[in-house]
Design a protein around this ligand. Structure first.
Ligand SMILES: [Zn+2]
Ligand SMILES: [Zn+2]
Length: 445
């Protein structure tokens, strides 16, 4: 197999301007410098002529083009526009009354860019190599899926189950149809060569050239999250009701004999686990390691291995009623219904004075109980009552205290754990095989 090329959707708009540094060919002409295109009557207006699509091919590999006014951080507080610079091909197409700029480039170049912008430059080489393999696996699986979808359309994909008393839904990435991946956080943040790539990342990508994670000859769905909380989670706790043979609930630690794995699907064990701070790779407060994973380390909370969130009755009832768009009245209880092996709640029953309703899966629970989202759904609930409520029925708590563990869905690779492993001298294949059970590293090209 030859190294494939990936198409990345960069920006859409009624018009766009760009600058070609060096020579490019487009529609049989050699061009360079400033250009402007705009949407007109269903086509692309370039220098007064209408086209269905335009491709600007660099004459030399090192040529680059800059695109003006690319919006970055869509829907984040730091959303802004900037000029971005790219290598490879600039492809412009028409999509629903707008233009769409796509960058086509070799997979390995794309990986250097996304891993450089996601990871801190001082991360260990073995950790970066592990990350390169899972990013590549995700990307190539995504590209394959899109090709297959093009051929035999999409299966009907149900992402929720609703009954009178429950809503169990999960959020999986919708695939793109016009390009393989987008440049935003929805897929992986990609800014071309706007910022310098880190030399350590270039080495990590080079040393793992073409390597992906496979199981039985198929590329693994190599998910990862920030911090598992001590035990990794199953796929079905977060997404579709399927379980992947290489994704297991296991303790994030390697020792001989192995540390005991308590049955965290049981309430009493889950409480004991979450209220303690058990030994694991991701149980670290090492500033140097944490700053490798957390881009804005100085601004972020670092107590995510074990965390606590408190609400008054007014806060939690207003939050839940708003988030779930339903009137529960006052909240009487939050009852765990089903937990996965890491202690993460897959289903939670909300008991209100007006309504009792069960929600799932983990992301819906995290969104319902926070203005943004909770660190994770691995939490236990304590309630406090005021003296005045004594003897009333039902007794309404005045406060809810959530004690939680971990950050993110906990499925697959635990980034903090993997960074600690890298620091402790584990090799990238050992890191990968710790988190993806019985998987294999295959070299595609
Ligand atoms: Zn996307
Ligand atoms: Zn972990």
């Amino acid at each position: 197999m030859k190294q494939p090329e990936v198409s990345v959707g960069i920006v859409t708009g009624q018009e766009m301007s760009f600058n070609l540094t060096g020579q490019y060919t487009a529609k049989g002409e050699t061009v360079s410098g400033e250009h402007k295109v705009c949407y007109k009557e269903g086509g692309i207006n370039w220098n007064g002529t209408l086209y269905q699509e335009l491709t600007f091919n660099p004459s030399q590999k090192d040529n680059c083009f800059s695109l003006n006014d690319v919006t970055i951080g869509i829907d984040f507080h730091w959303e802004r526009k900037e000029t971005q610079v790219f290598k490879g091909i600039l492809h412009i197409i028409v999509d629903e009354g707008k233009l769409c700029a796509i960058n086509i480039l070799p997979v390995e170049d794309y990986l250097v860019s996304v891993i450089s912008s996601e990871m801190s430059a001082n991360a260990s080489l073995e950790f970066l190599k592990a990350h390169a393999v899972i990013s590549r696996s995700w990307l190539i699986a995504q590209m394959k899926r899109r090709k297959d979808d093009d051929k035999n359309h999409k299966d009907n994909f149900f992402s929720f189950r609703k009954t009178e008393n429950s809503l169990i839904r999960w959020y999986d990435r919708d695939d793109h149809t016009l390009f393989d991946v987008c440049a935003d956080d929805h897929c992986q943040r990609y800014q071309g060569i706007t910022r310098a790539s880190s030399p350590q990342v270039i080495t990590a990508v080079k040393e793992t050239l073409g390597e992906v994670l496979t199981y039985n000859g198929t590329i693994c769905d190599a998910r990862f999250s920030k911090c598992c909380g001590g035990v990794t989670e199953l796929f079905s706790t977060c997404w579709e009701d399927i379980d992947l043979p290489y994704i297991k609930g296991k303790r994030d630690y390697i020792s001989n004999p192995p540390l005991k794995l308590p049955d965290l699907t049981q309430e009493s064990a889950a409480r004991k686990w979450i209220e303690s701070s058990p030994h694991s790779f991701c149980n670290t407060s090492n500033k140097r390691i944490l700053s490798q994973i957390l881009n804005n380390y100085d601004q972020e909370t670092t107590d995510f291995y074990r965390w606590k969130v408190e609400y008054t009755q007014e806060e939690i009832s207003s939050l839940i009623n708003r988030k779930l768009k339903s009137d529960f009245g006052e909240i009487i209880d939050l009852v765990p219904v089903k937990r996965g092996p890491s202690g993460r709640l897959q289903e939670l029953q909300i008991v209100g004075t007006l309504k009792t309703f069960t929600i799932g899966k983990e992301l819906l629970i995290r969104r319902a109980l926070s203005e943004t989202h909770l660190f994770s759904s691995a939490f236990v609930v304590d309630k406090e009552y005021s003296e005045e409520s004594e003897g009333t029925s039902p007794r309404i708590p005045s406060r809810f205290i959530l004690h939680g563990a971990g950050w993110g869905h906990g499925v697959g690779l635990c980034q903090i754990g993997a960074a600690v492993m890298g620091e402790r001298g584990y090799k990238y294949d050992e890191i990968l095989l710790h988190y993806y059970d019985n998987a294999k590293i295959d070299k595609l090209y």
